[in-house]
Design a protein around this ligand. Structure first.
Ligand SMILES: [Zn+2]
Length: 312
């Protein structure tokens, strides 16, 4: 690092968990951000400001007026411009030291096989289940950590799926194919702007920790955020033995291969309004047990979006 970089990143370097070595890891790292909507806007801005050396921005859409309520990396003056290109302009203005690559194409398996092996972490900031499944499968194929998030209405979700951690679930374990795919979107339901921003910032935080090695990322856990009640709830996601994506991966000895469900950290009956509203979508008859099968409840909520869907 030169003197300018030492000054720019001095507040990171002062953190003992990062220090010079951690900041250098960020400078040497590459992150793929798929989707430059509400999630990607917040995530990319914080990763760029943090000094992640190379950011690959993938989005085929264009900036529309209804995006600007929450997609803060874009600007009114750039309406009609490609989102990846618009985001790159903001990042270069914020931190010219970051190498930004624009991928203005639909992201499919072939594109992911080209892009994923070259990065340290992938951020799923997309708005549809087909892309989410493709990203999850590619991250498993190439052994790259995935930070997945979603937001809708006043609620958000966040999870790290890391193929390198034995016995941890993947996105497909949490949302099996066909489980209410894309039943809802921001376009029909609306989204509170700071909620999607919160989830995007948390994605950046998880990526920063994955790259630097600071702290814990709790791979295989689902964090559910209720913006109205201001409540966070954590759930452990169990790997499915029949998962078509990760079932052949090594399983950790600490995990049952027969129990396929999400286990709340505490009994939902004792939880606050967030958990109650969250679980109310599942079977009430199961809610008083210590272990609660809630994948159906989660599946109903799997159609989650970053805000990009509102373009329609
Ligand atoms: Zn899986």
């Amino acid at each position: 690092m030169n003197d300018e970089e030492l000054l720019r990143y001095s507040r990171h370097i002062l953190l003992p968990e990062l220090d010079v070595a951690g900041q250098q890891k960020l400078l040497d790292a590459g992150v793929l951000v798929v989707g430059l909507g509400g999630l990607g806007s917040a995530a990319a801005l914080y990763l760029g400001a943090s000094g992640v050396g190379r950011l690959v921005l993938a989005d085929a859409d264009r900036v529309e007026l209804s995006n600007l309520q929450r997609q803060v990396i874009h600007a009114t003056a750039r309406l009609g411009q490609g989102k990846a290109e618009s985001a790159a302009a903001s990042l270069q203005a914020l931190n010219p030291g970051v190498r930004v690559e624009v991928v203005a194409e639909r992201i499919d398996a072939a594109a992911l096989d080209r892009l994923v092996p070259g990065v340290s972490v992938v951020l799923d900031c997309s708005d549809n289940s087909a892309t989410r499944r493709a990203i999850n499968a590619a991250c498993r194929r190439h052994g790259v950590a995935l930070v997945s998030a979603a937001a809708l209405g006043w609620e958000g979700q966040l999870a790290v799926f890391d193929a390198r951690v034995p016995g941890t679930a993947c996105y497909e374990c949490l949302y099996p194919q066909g489980a209410g795919d894309d039943a809802t979107s921001c376009a029909q339901n609306g989204i509170a702007a700071p909620v999607v921003g919160t989830m995007g910032v948390l994605q950046a935080l998880q990526a920063l920790k994955l790259i630097s090695g600071a702290g814990e990322v709790a791979a295989g856990e689902l964090l559910v955020f209720d913006g109205l009640a201001l409540d966070f709830h954590r759930l452990r996601v169990r790997p499915r033995p029949d998962c078509p994506v990760c079932a052949s991966s090594p399983r950790g000895s600490g995990f049952s291969r027969t129990l396929v469900h999400i286990m709340p950290d505490r009994c939902p009956a004792e939880s606050g309004p967030t958990a109650r509203s969250f679980y109310s979508r599942g079977s009430r008859s199961r809610m008083n047990g210590k272990r609660v099968t809630v994948e159906r409840a989660l599946a109903a909520r799997s159609s989650i979006c970053s805000g990009v869907a509102a373009r329609k």
